[in-house]
Design a protein around this ligand. Structure first.
Ligand code: SF4
Length: 449
């Protein structure tokens, strides 16, 4: 097992020119990222051979970063460092894929691809959607599989996964959508030579599947020893308990014992289940521990909704509050004569305040100030929600200049800011609103007269 090096030990081996080509401004910052296993030494083009020898293995993330898809729809998996989120954080959320069988009619393939493409829900300021489509070869010829892949790709802009038992079909399909960087499923004992050579030459990510964990270990070791790092491990099982066990063993082996062939993202199929409840339950287990990529074969909204919401809850980083964009929002249909309320950009605060204002039936403007995602009292205590920030934020918004009402309502918890705000915004009447969101409704009605 490679010895862990401290940031300072790594820094001593770097060129110390601070050229920034590694993506961070200084060699020290890069050394810190390497020590945290959040970067790879190959990002520094000037690292010496000695540095590569000493730092190389020590700085490799225990679970490699693997990408597929292109442009804005690139899916990133791996780089995970912990077994449990509370130890630090999970880095990449489970990517979701919907499976389409290639022997469906072109019309049906188009229908499913477009349905998945359109399935976007907005929750707590985030857009939740399905990242990927898997085209499963229904024992077609290479030309037929390629045609189905092309149709699906034309009607889905996200990342693509191609699955077939035939290396010939996989290569034909991959060539047809090569610029979309598809993930190829799967390299097995039967096709390891042909497919291994192809993905290595084309630098395409590939899934390894096998009869057992041991089988997958050996295939992964063989492929990575030939320099290919774009590997995903298919640890699926029809039995949810077995899949959970496979996932946990692989994650532990990679993190706790630095078993390199297991240090790749995990893929699980939850397909062919008898009913939707069973599918959602098994998919949830897989998402909780430790699938980086999860494939389902149901695209109905009632199936996807719980998975998208569960995923958001698991992978939301508790150290980074979710935020809404700082700007002035309209609640109801406010006119220039409507009042202006102000709050912070912590999304929970925004959604509660805007919900209460909307329920009051009194249209209003709501100014959301950048307080680094903190709630009102916390932001005020941290000096991130003060009179200076509020006044400069509102003055920077064009829409505020057009307001004729000139009544600015601040949260009751920061009533102490009213005096300073009156000095900074003399053209506005500063009103102190309620402390609790539940009192916003009566307050708004009273203000509206
Ligand atoms: Fe330092 Fe290398 Fe990064 Fe340049 S690319 S800042 S030399 S670590």
């Amino acid at each position: 097992m490679a010895k862990n090096l401290s940031g300072m030990e790594i820094f001593k081996l770097l060129p110390k020119t601070n050229c920034g080509e590694c993506g961070v401004p200084t060699c020290m910052a890069f050394a810190m990222k390497l020590a945290q296993k959040n970067a790879e030494l190959s990002a520094c083009p000037y690292a010496s051979e000695e540095a590569a020898k000493v730092i190389g293995a020590a700085s490799e993330p225990p679970i490699r970063l693997v990408k597929f898809g292109a442009g804005k729809r690139t899916v990133e998996m791996g780089n995970e460092l912990v077994m449990f989120r509370h130890e630090k954080t999970f880095v990449h959320q489970t990517a979701l894929a919907v499976q389409i069988d290639s022997d469906l009619s072109p019309e049906m393939i188009i229908k499913i691809a477009e349905t998945v493409e359109r399935h976007v829900i907005e929750r707590a300021g985030e857009k939740l959607f399905i990242e990927s489509l898997l085209i499963n070869d229904g024992k077609k010829t290479a030309a037929e599989f390629r045609a189905s892949v092309t149709i699906a790709a034309e009607h889905f802009s996200g990342a693509l996964i191609l699955k077939s038992g035939s290396a010939e079909n996989l290569i034909a399909g991959a060539e047809s959508v090569f610029d979309r960087v598809p993930l190829v499923h799967a390299l097995t004992r039967n096709n390891a030579d042909v497919l291994g050579e192809y993905v290595r030459a084309k630098k395409l990510p590939v899934v390894i599947a096998g009869e057992s964990l041991d089988d997958i270990f050996q295939l992964s070791e063989a492929l990575s020893s030939r320099g290919h790092r774009g590997i995903v491990l298919d640890l699926s099982s029809d039995n949810s308990a077995a899949m959970l066990q496979n996932n946990t063993v692989a994650r532990k082996a990679a993190l706790a014992a630095s078993v390199k062939p297991m240090g790749y993202p995990i893929m699980n199929f939850v397909t062919g289940r008898l009913n939707v409840s069973e599918m959602v339950a098994d998919a949830s287990t897989s998402m909780c521990k430790y699938a980086s990529l999860l494939v389902v074969d149901n695209y109905e909204p009632e199936t996807l909704l719980p998975l998208l919401m569960l995923r958001q809850n698991i992978y939301m980083d508790p150290q980074k509050p979710i935020q809404v964009e700082p700007k002035i929002y309209s609640v109801g249909e406010p006119s220039p004569a409507s009042p202006l309320l102000v709050t912070t950009n912590f999304s929970l605060t925004y959604f509660i305040v805007s919900g209460e204002v909307e329920a009051s039936g009194v249209p209003a403007h709501l100014a959301v100030v950048d307080a680094e995602g903190l709630s009102v009292l916390t932001a005020w205590a941290a000096g991130k929600f003060n009179a200076e920030k509020i006044s400069s934020s509102i003055k920077s918004q064009e829409s505020a200049a057009k307001m004729t009402n000139r009544k600015l309502v601040i949260p009751g918890y920061v009533a102490c800011l009213s005096g300073e705000l009156e000095e900074k915004m003399p053209e506005w009447e500063i009103l102190v609103g309620p402390q609790e969101a539940s009192d916003i409704g009566p307050f708004m009605k009273k203000m509206a007269g």
